[in-house]
Design a binder for this molecule. Structure first.
Ligand code: GDP
Ligand code: MG
Length: 451
């Protein structure tokens, strides 16, 4: 996803990394490159212009923080502007209404509406525990109704049947009535698309919208159409009050122009992103994550930031003082570290931010996360207070008792002891610097060991 843009931007920004200072002339060159990269990615000109202006104002207006070198500072500015342009935070689906909450899907033909109905239904069922029904009002193509039926069976959603002789409004109204009787939480209404926007189609969907009064009207758009996607969305939005956008086929989009243009052009949030043909390939849209992916974040700036934010500063200071006084890093400290990692969303959240990790499936990530972190914490929990304080005590029988106590193998305990030794060494090395540096080194080390 967005590979071209990533390549161009990270190349461009790397050029500045060696420079000692952000000067008007060197950011000018770099910004020209950033501009080119965005235009090549098919980002709308208006968006590009504002983007560059904002980064420039940020770079020249502010003093660079002492902890970052100038190159990093510019990367950070570009990153936060990317986040900004995509809408800052994830906007959740609004389902707060008398059930069933009605979700209407709109969009041109072939963009992925029907697939998205099934994906969204499945997502709501699996992650939000909702009872979801789906219905097709695409009466122009018999195959379209059948297509939704097949997908609904596959994803085990309630399917309300319809046929091509019915009127779209009647189909939807009937389905919603039936859903009420079955106490469903959500009804997702699929619609017909056209190859281009025409009056007839707009009138039909406007009438449908008026009849069923959906709480969410989502515009589904193919991200491979770049800035055109933003323009079509705008045209739709002028006729229908859209509440959000679903960007499909992002898996095949190397450029990213749609993702970067749509929010700015329409003022509507991207709520979901489609990442493949299968019904599980739908993700809530997180501007920050996407921005990190776009930048490739070889230097993992955002990760560093997050670490600095969520690390409990006081604890870090305390640990640093302790180490400076010549005391070791014990298992209580180790446990603190693990708990902090857990607080940050664990290894899987971190993995997301690392370049090249986009292909690792969510399932795999969760496995790494759950197994490793909670296992390690369990091992420490199974130690006595004295053992935690004086790790050198842990030998022979104590190891066996700890393993038995947490239901794990002796080798798991041994592995923990070895990790602890490595970390202790690290801490000694880093404690010569300031505590923030130490924490950073420590986290990097922990991440390295686990992967
Ligand atoms: P509709 O005409 O808007 O209802 O579009 P469909 O849901 O029938 O999808 C059109 C084609 O796009 C199908 O072949 C889908 O499998 C494919 N498709 C939909 N969403 C995605 C996606 O996120 N990624 C990829 N690669 N293909 C998708
Ligand atoms: Mg369809």
């Amino acid at each position: 996803m967005f590979d071209n843009l990533t390549d161009r931007l990270s190349g461009t920004l790397k050029n500045l990394k060696g420079k000692g200072k952000l000067t008007e002339s060197n950011i000018k060159d770099t910004l020209r490159e950033v501009r080119m990269a965005l235009l090549e990615a098919d980002v709308a000109l208006l968006v590009v212009t504002d983007f560059i202006e904002n980064v420039k104002q940020g770079a020249l207006g502010k003093k660079v923080q002492s902890s970052l070198n100038p190159g990093q500072a510019l990367v950070k500015l570009v990153q936060s502007e990317l986040v900004q342009v995509m809408g800052e935070a994830n906007q959740e689906l609004n389902l707060k209404t008398n059930p069933p909450a009605i979700v209407l899907m709109a969009g041109l033909q072939g963009v992925g509406k029907t697939t998205t109905v099934a994906k969204l239904g499945r997502w709501l069922k699996e992650t939000k525990k909702k009872k979801v029904g789906v219905v097709s009002t695409d009466v122009y193509r018999p195959a379209a109704i059948k297509q939704l039926q097949t997908l609904a069976e596959e994803t085990e959603l309630v399917f309300f049947d319809s046929d091509t002789s019915q009127k779209p409004v009647d189909i939807a109204v009937n389905a919603i009535d039936a859903a009420k009787k079955q106490f469903l939480d959500v009804v997702i209404v699929d619609t017909a698309g056209r190859l281009h926007i025409d009056d007839e189609m707009m009138d039909e969907i406007k009438a449908l919208h008026a009849a069923i009064n959906p709480i969410e009207t989502l515009f589904v758009v193919d991200s491979m159409t770049g800035q055109d996607a933003a323009n079509t969305a705008k045209a739709f939005n002028d006729a229908l009050p859209l509440t959000g956008i679903v960007l499909t086929k992002a898996d095949g989009d190397a450029r990213g122009g749609a993702a970067l243009s749509i929010r700015h052009i329409t003022g509507k949030p991207i709520k979901f992103i489609g990442m493949g043909e299968k019904t599980d390939a739908l993700e809530p849209f997180y501007p920050e994550r996407i921005a990190s992916r776009i930048l490739g974040m070889g230097d993992m700036l955002s990760l560093i930031e997050e670490i600095e934010q969520s690390v409990d500063k006081k604890k870090a200071e305390k640990l640093a003082r302790k180490v400076r006084k010549g005391k070791g890093f014990d298992f209580n400290d180790f446990k603190d570290q693990l708990l902090q990692m857990e607080k940050m969303g664990g290894v899987s959240a971190m993995l997301d931010k690392l370049p090249g990790m986009g292909n690792v499936s969510q399932e795999t990530k969760e496995k790494i996360n759950d197994k490793e972190l909670s296992r390690q914490i369990a091992v420490i929990n199974s130690m006595t207070l004295q053992e935690r304080r004086y790790p050198d005590l842990i030998k022979g029988n104590r190891k066996k008792r700890i393993a038995a106590g947490c239901g794990q193998e002796l080798q798991d305990v041994n592995r923990m002891l070895k990790q602890h030794k490595m970390m202790q060494k690290m801490i000694k090395r880093f404690s010569k610097g300031n505590s923030a540096n130490m924490m950073r080194g420590l986290k990097n080390n922990m991440r390295g060991m686990r992967m």
